[in-house]
Design a protein around this ligand. Structure first.
Ligand SMILES: [Zn+2]
Length: 549
């Protein structure tokens, strides 16, 4: 990582060049106050909301409360059919009947757990075919990378490695230490299907990590016999595209399959690791796999809440700044409630507070040139699904979206304890006191110009820390700005950081730093005002060319 001072000066010089910071003070900036924030948060994170789990009656109450607030502020509905709601569907999975697999010449029909398990990245179906190996199975046009090198997979089952090249290399073009989007299993399955594959097999990237020791266990972990407390979900619009069967297999089975190439799995994996444009197809003559996969899909309805403050300029009002946060959280475990006051009650009431400032200013006749969309996303905790859905069905075309400002956990001081364990991986030990005035800004490496707008708007005595874009914590891809960045929209993540109460029943409203949060929201308000009025739109850096810090 580059030292912070260096990043800082780069951003400032970009700011001077782009000449931002001329929008004046946002009207009613000081109308955002502690008192209002705390009364809202005590409601949203109350026990009655029962952790606002997606699909529950309680989150429906929270959604209606947010909708009513937008309505009473006089903001325009910006959801489906003149409502404030944007509905979408999310999918969970259970194991169907009749799953089995045969690797010819290597034992008979196998049940799941016997060296393999069905993957929910595929559909239900049967495939019997010769196998080919194709590296990581990654297709990433932004990097001119294609593990298939244009090959057709008709009549084949493709075997690919899990994850991505350079998985622990900060300089990897695949987003450094951050997990790259193209490495997701459903994207790999879709890429294989689009090339005609009959099925897809995933196996461990064994040059980076060893195989599962116990495949019975690996299978039960993937498909527990008792339902999980909270199901795993994906976006229905993604998974509904995929119908080829998919499975994960042991490195032992993968080794047996690649033997006919005359090379070991590790040798092939190392080749896949070091190729610049993609490995291409390695044929595995005389192999034959029969896969019979049955995975049942189940739909849960979800909905975003969208409200608009329309811009004053007849042309520029067709462009939009999106200020977003997520209102869902992790529900309950028996009598234990996960209140999610910081995550992301804080961001949600923050969006409402900024929305109120815009709405009241508009009543006084003071509107920005561009429009501002206030978005409260659903199903963030289930994989950023509401925000992802919005990038597929945006209210304004994405090319007209000037920026997304994402508020997720803006109410605390980052605290990384000595005994924090894996959930704090990649983060240095630090005390809450050392972060008393600080907020992390993420996304700066993708859009230094937007980060500079935030820096120039900071007249609130806040320390903006730009340090986590290339961090093993994966924080950069863990909230709702990520789908926007991946869809070509400049986006910045406002985040006061993890702390020991993160995703615990102790994430309660009494632990929130309301005074600091007030200043953060004034900064967000001011930043959005600049963006809604500035002549020059911030740009997004190309993937693989941006600084890797
Ligand atoms: Zn969150």
């Amino acid at each position: 990582m580059k030292p912070r001072g260096l990043i800082h000066s780069t951003i400032l010089s970009v700011a001077l060049l782009t000449g931002c910071g001329d929008g004046g003070t946002a009207p009613l900036n000081d109308s955002i106050t502690e008192t209002k924030l705390s009364s809202d948060l005590y409601f949203l994170a109350s026990d009655e909301m029962r952790g606002r789990l997606v699909g529950t009656p309680e989150i429906a109450v929270a959604s209606a409360w947010i909708r009513d607030r937008f309505d009473s502020l006089g903001l325009q509905p910006a959801g489906d059919n003149g409502s404030y709601y944007q509905a979408f569907e999310i999918t969970s999975f259970s194991l169907g009947n009749g799953n089995h697999m045969t690797v010819e010449g290597f034992g008979g029909a196998r049940n799941p757990g016997d060296g393999w398990t069905p993957s929910n990245a595929g559909g239900s179906g049967t495939a019997t075919a010769e196998v080919v190996f194709a590296g990581f199975g990654i297709v990433e046009p932004r990097l001119n990378f294609d593990d298939y090198l244009g090959a057709d997979l008709s009549g084949k089952i493709v075997l690919v490695l899990e994850r991505e090249p350079g998985v622990s290399d900060p300089a990897s073009p695949f987003d450094g230490l951050v997990t790259t989007e193209a490495s997701r299993e459903w994207r790999k399955a879709l890429a294989a299907q689009e090339r005609g594959a009959a099925g897809i097999l995933f196996t461990r990237d064994i040059h980076n990590r060893v195989d599962a020791e116990n495949w019975e266990q690996a299978h039960t972990d993937a498909w527990p016999t008792e339902p999980r407390r909270v199901e795993r979900f994906t976006l229905a619009d993604w998974i509904n595209q995929i119908n080829i069967p998919a499975a994960r297999i042991s490195s032992e089975l993968a080794e047996a399959l690649v033997a006919s190439s005359g090379r070991s799995l590790e040798e092939l994996a190392l080749d896949a690791e070091t190729t610049a444009e993609g490995l291409g197809i390695v044929s595995l003559p005389n192999t034959r796999v029969s896969m019979n996969v049955a995975v049942d899909r189940h739909i849960t309805p979800a909905k975003n809440i969208l409200a608009l403050a329309e811009g004053s300029d007849p042309q520029l009002k067709n462009e939009v700044v999106i200020i977003g946060a997520h209102h869902d959280h992790d529900g309950t475990d028996g009598d234990i409630i996960y209140p999610g006051a910081d995550d992301d009650g804080s961001g949600t009431i923050g969006v409402m507070a900024v929305a109120a400032a815009y709405a009241q200013a508009a009543i006084q006749g003071d509107r920005p040139q561009r429009s501002v969309l206030f978005a409260v996303w659903d199903a963030e905790e289930r994989g950023l699904l509401g925000a992802w859905y919005h990038t597929l069905s945006p209210r304004f075309p994405l090319e007209n979206t000037v920026a997304n400002l994402n508020l997720d956990m803006i109410g605390r001081n980052e605290e990384v304890p000595t005994d924090g364990g894996r959930r704090f991986r990649g983060l240095e030990i630090q005390s809450a006191e050392s972060n008393a005035n600080a907020i992390n800004i993420l996304g700066y490496s993708w859009t230094p110009e937007l980060a500079s707008v935030v820096e120039l708007a900071n007249r609130y005595n806040l320390e903006l820390r730009m340090r986590y874009d290339n961090n093993e914590s994966n924080l950069l891809r863990r909230s709702d700005h990520w789908p926007f960045i991946q869809s070509g929209v400049p986006a910045i993540f406002f985040h006061t950081g993890l702390h020991p109460d993160y995703h615990r029943p102790t994430d309660t409203p009494d632990r929130i730093e309301y005074e600091k949060m007030t200043r953060i929201l004034r900064l967000v308000h001011q930043t959005s005002w600049e963006l809604a009025n500035t002549e020059k739109r911030p740009k997004l850096e190309a993937m693989g060319t941006r600084p890797s810090s």
